[in-house]
Structure formats: structure tokens, C-alpha cells
Design a protein around this ligand. Structure first.
Ligand code: XMP
Length: 524
């Protein structure tokens, strides 16, 4: 374990939608933390040797049979503990207090009054009331609340509806908050978390972008030595940051393979090659496999079958290229921390939806490589910060997500090269205009879709019978649910005119006004 991870916080996940946010906040404060399911075996907790522990919120009802409990070992380790929402409630019950259904459930903004000058909240406030009491605007989300303090605990916060909205055992450094300091609606949330991790847990702020980079470079050098490493470079954020890190760490020992599958966005292949090969001097082999992919996809209309074909074709081409390079021992992957969290899940299955690793999963077994996964402890924001520090273009790091199968799931039905070209141009016009009108960063994902149906149009005196382009733009936090973006009518009008005027094979543009659910973000 390296030095920048010496002071660290353990977050036990009870399944709240905000748990990853807690971890991101702690990291942003400059302290390393890891997230483990609440029912992790006690020896993992001892081995982790945390400087402090945070218990997250969760969906359980604390009094119910089989409701989640914090592992008893945490109360024997002599480290500070902060329970948030469900974490506070289970702490109360496990330490001899009580928690019951609230008379009035609270969801949303609340104003709490801080009490008794606790170590956690002392001198942190948004405003004072007429009696000089500190008031804080916080975000509540609960239907249960602590109704009796455990012995040794003091009240540290209350609201009109929730008399025990925070408690503390100042001797043991145990704290509970009914509200969520990790969400931005709690204005002083970061201050409260910072107070906990720095002053109470006594962690030093060593988790900074520069330190992380230095540490990663060292670890890569130690792992790889003089050996050669292969990386499948897609041009997406994660694989791009892995490429630049490995290039800095081991230079010419790295070879990247970039597969141009004909399903990329306009100029994307050239941009990736320019950025990495020409500007940064990274060794990149470009596999031009457009025709192979188009042939494989020309007769298949079923979305799932298309995905499989694209996955298999990618593996085949990557494998072919890899076999041409001799003496490779390591395969690098852009796995990031959320991939690991989501694959691990809780032993009970309560805390997380299980999802398998998505990175180059399914590479053939006879590619016998050891894995190099330098980003596997990092969140996306940290990955972007590293990329930016190491000189990757902002545009590349802040692009909307692009699915692995690329335009393959945005050309409905069987794929033809002609369709891909039309879609690339339409998508590019949409992106250009979103950027020109400062709307790109206001939506979370936007793209064009090619519909292989023809509709009648008229240009001048000529009748047209051409294809349809659908525009899709969504606002979302987690991509699990999404709202269609209310882009201005004038903007849509302008994009539509440009697409129909500039692309001869398009006679009609439509805007997708479906939410997720019931629709998905992609059309296939
Ligand atoms: P859906 O269409 O499921 O998309 O609402 C949610 C998010 O996932 C992306 N997506 C994919 N990403 N491989 C990927 O790497 C895929 O097969 C895939 N399908 C969808 C989609 O772009 C959106 O951001």
C-alpha cells in the first residue's frame, strides 16, 4: 500500500443511491477512501486499517427482521465512525438506542439547528437565528428516525419534524447525521465531511492529482519492469488516460491497437491517431477494419445479434493485431473504480446491482497476458483530472459517453457503409451546433440516429424520397433514468435545416421526446 493511501477512510455501503457520492466527496477533499459492502467479512475491515469509517444510507427499515446491520467489529477498532441516515439509525439501535417510523417523513430541503457545540458541527452554519443558534440548510430523505439516544450520546442537531437529526459520542468520536452531507443541496456538507475526515479522523490530504499521477507511474513501472504492454485504445476517456499514463511510465514498451470499425463518429479515427501518435508520440497501430465490420453486419437486423457481431469482430481484429506484435506480456485495461464496485456488489445482494466488467471483457483466453489496470481505484472525475494534467485535449476528456458498439446501435437494422456516412455527417452537424450555442455541456448525452425508412420531401421544385434522421438529447445523472432535453425550438429548427440542406440523402428530421423509462437512451 503506497503512502498516499496511508490515511484512508472506509465507507460501508448499505445501498443508498448516494454512497458513491460520499466516496467522491472524501476523495475531492484529498483523502483516499474505499467503498465496501456493509456485510463484508470482518477481517477485510481489520486489514484495511481505516483511519475512520462512514456508514452510508440505505433502503432498509431499521426495525425489520433481516435489516442490514453494521459489522460489530467496527465498534471495537477505536476509530471515529460517522453514520449517515440509515447508517445513523442502525448505529443508534446497535448501541442501545431506538429508531422508529417518523411522524412525518422528510424528503427534500430542511433547516436544522445545530446543538451542543459538537466537534462535528461546531462553528459550521449557514445562518444564525434570533437567539444566535446555528442553522444549516440540509437535504433529508427518510421515513425512520432515531427516537432514543444510546447511552453516552448527546443531541447535536434537530429540526421541527425530527427532534434527533444528529447525535454524537464525543469521547468515542462516534457521530450520526440524519441528513445527507454528501449531496450538494446540503450547503455545508463538504465542510462537515472535511471536519470529520481531517480533524476527527486526523487524515492528511495526500490524495491529490499530482500525487496520484506520481504514484500510478511508480506502480506501473514496478509492475511492468522491462516487459511490453498492449492496450486496446478506443479514444474514450478511460483508455485514453491509460494510454498517456503508460506512455509516460514505460514509453516505447507500450503498443496501442486502435480498431477503426467504420462505426466511429466523423473524423474520430484521424483525431485519435493525431492526438496519440503524432502529438504525443505514443506507438499506435491503426487497424482499418471498416469493410470487415460492414460485411459482418450487412444482413443482421436484430439489435442483440448486432451487438454480438460487433463484439466478436472487435476481438478477432484485436487478436489478429496482437499476434503480429511479438513479446507482449501485459494487457492494459481502462477499468475504473465504479466498474469494480458494481461487479463486486454485496454478498447479500442488497447493496448494489451486479454488473460485469465491460472492458474488453471476452478477449480470447489464449491471449495469455497479465492485466495492468492503473485506473481501477479511481472515479471518472479523477481519471479526467489526470488526463487533463497529462495534456489530453479537454474535448476528448469531456465528450458525452459513446457506446462500445458505436454507430452500430444508432443505425437501425442492417448496417451499410452509406448509412454510416449519412449518420456521421448528421451527428457532426448536431454536435457542431450544440457546441456553437453552448448547449453541449448542458445536456448529458446527445446524438443522431439513422432511420432506414424513406419519407417524401420537397426541395425547390424537386420531390425527394429520402431517409429520416432522429435527434436525441437527454439529461440524466446516472444514465439509468433520463429526461429528454428541452432544447430550444429555434435551435432544433436550425439543426434540422442544416441537416436536410447539407445532406442530400436526408429528407426529414425528428426529435425524440421519450424518457427513460419507458424508452432507453439508445434506440437499439
Ligand atoms: P441505454 O440505451 O441502455 O443507455 O439507456 C444507457 C447508457 O449506456 C450506453 N450504452 C452502451 N455503452 N456498450 C456501451 O459501452 C453498449 O452496448 C451500450 N449500450 C448503451 C448509452 O450510450 C448510454 O450512455
Amino acid at each position: 500500500m503506497s503512502d498516499i493511501q496511508h490515511h484512508k477512510i472506509l465507507i460501508l455501503d448499505f445501498g443508498s443511491q448516494y454512497t458513491q457520492l460520499i466516496a467522491r466527496r472524501i476523495r475531492e477533499i484529498g483523502i483516499y477512501c474505499e467503498l465496501l459492502p456493509y456485510d463484508v467479512k470482518p477481517h477485510f475491515i481489520e486489514k484495511f486499517n481505516p483511519s475512520g469509517i462512514i456508514l452510508s444510507g440505505g433502503p432498509d427499515t431499521v426495525g425489520d427482521d433481516n435489516s442490514a446491520r453494521a459489522p460489530e467489529i467496527i465498534f471495537t477498532l477505536n476509530v471515529p465512525i460517522l453514520g449517515i441516515c440509515y447508517g445513523m439509525q442502525t448505529m443508534a439501535v446497535q448501541l442501545g438506542g431506538e429508531a422508529k417510523s417518523s411522524k412525518k417523513a422528510e424528503f427534500g430541503f430542511a433547516k436544522i439547528r445545530a446543538r451542543n457545540h459538537s466537534k462535528l458541527l461546531n462553528k459550521i452554519s449557514d445562518e444564525k437565528n434570533s437567539k444566535g443558534h446555528s442553522l444549516l440548510d440540509v437535504w433529508m430523505s427518510h421515513g425512520i428516525e432515531v427516537t432514543k439516544l444510546p447511552v453516552g450520546f448527546d443531541l447535536i442537531a434537530s429540526t421541527d419534524n425530527c427532534p434527533i437529526a444528529g447525535f454524537a459520542n464525543n469521547n468515542k468520536n462516534y457521530f450520526g447525521l440524519q441528513f445527507h452531507p454528501e449531496v450538494t443541496h446540503t450547503k455545508q456538507g463538504v465542510q462537515i465531511l472535511e471536519r470529520f475526515v481531517t480533524e476527527i479522523c486526523k487524515c492528511q490530504k495526500n490524495w491529490t492529482t499530482d500525487n496520484i499521477i506520481e504514484d500510478l507511474l511508480l506502480n506501473i513501472k514496478n509492475q511492468v519492469g522491462n516487459n511490453k504492454v498492449l492496450l486496446g485504445l478506443s479514444g474514450g476517456v478511460d483508455s485514453s488516460v491509460v494510454a498517456i499514463l503508460l506512455h509516460q511510465a514505460i514509453g516505447k514498451q507500450l503498443t496501442c491497437v486502435f480498431v477503426d470499425n467504420g462505426l466511429l463518429r466523423l473524423n474520430e479515427g484521424n483525431e485519435v491517431m493525431n492526438t496519440f501518435s503524432e502529438n504525443l508520440g505514443v506507438k499506435v497501430i491503426r487497424a482499418d477494419a471498416q469493410q470487415y465490420f460492414y460485411e459482418q453486419l450487412s444482413n443482421e437486423g436484430d439489435p442483440e445479434a448486432k451487438r454480438k457481431i460487433i463484439g466478436n469482430a472487435f476481438i478477432k481484429i484485436f487478436d489478429q493485431e496482437a499476434k503480429k506484435i511479438k513479446g507482449i506480456n501485459f494487457l492494459a485495461q481502462g477499468t475504473i473504480y465504479p466498474d469494480i464496485i458494481e461487479s463486486a456488489g454485496a454478498a447479500s445482494g442488497k447493496a448494489k446491482v451486479i454488473k460485469s466488467h465491460h472492458n474488453v471483457g471476452g478477449l480470447p483466453e489464449d491471449l495469455k497476458f497479465e492485466l495492468v489496470e492503473p485506473l481501477k481505484e479511481l472515479f471518472k472525475d479523477e481519471v479526467r483530472a489526470i488526463g487533463e494534467r497529462l495534456g489530453l485535449p479537454r474535448k476528448m476528456l469531456h465528450r458525452h459517453p459513446f457506446p462500445g458498439p458505436g454507430l452500430g446501435v444508432r443505425i437501425l437494422g442492417p448496417i451499410k457503409e452509406e448509412f454510416a456516412q449519412i449518420l456521421r455527417e448528421a451527428d457532426n452537424i448536431f454536435m457542431e451546433e450544440l457546441n456553437n450555442q453552448q448547449l453541449y455541456d448542458k445536456v448529458d448525452q446527445a446524438f443522431a440516429v439513422f432511420l432506414p425508412v424513406k419519407s417524401v420531401g420537397v426541395t425547390g421544385d424537386d420531390r425527394r424520397y429520402d431517409y429520416v434522421i432522429a435527434l436525441r438529447a437527454v439529461e440524466t445523472i446516472d444514465f439509468m433514468t433520463a429526461r429528454w432535453a428541452r432544447l430550444p425550438y429555434d435551435f432544433l429548427d436550425h439543426v434540422s435545416n442544416r441537416i436536410i440542406n447539407e445532406i442530400s440523402r436526408v429528407s426529414r428530421v425528428v426529435y425524440d421526446i421519450s424518457g427513460k423509462p419507458p424508452a432507453t437512451i439508445e434506440w437499439e
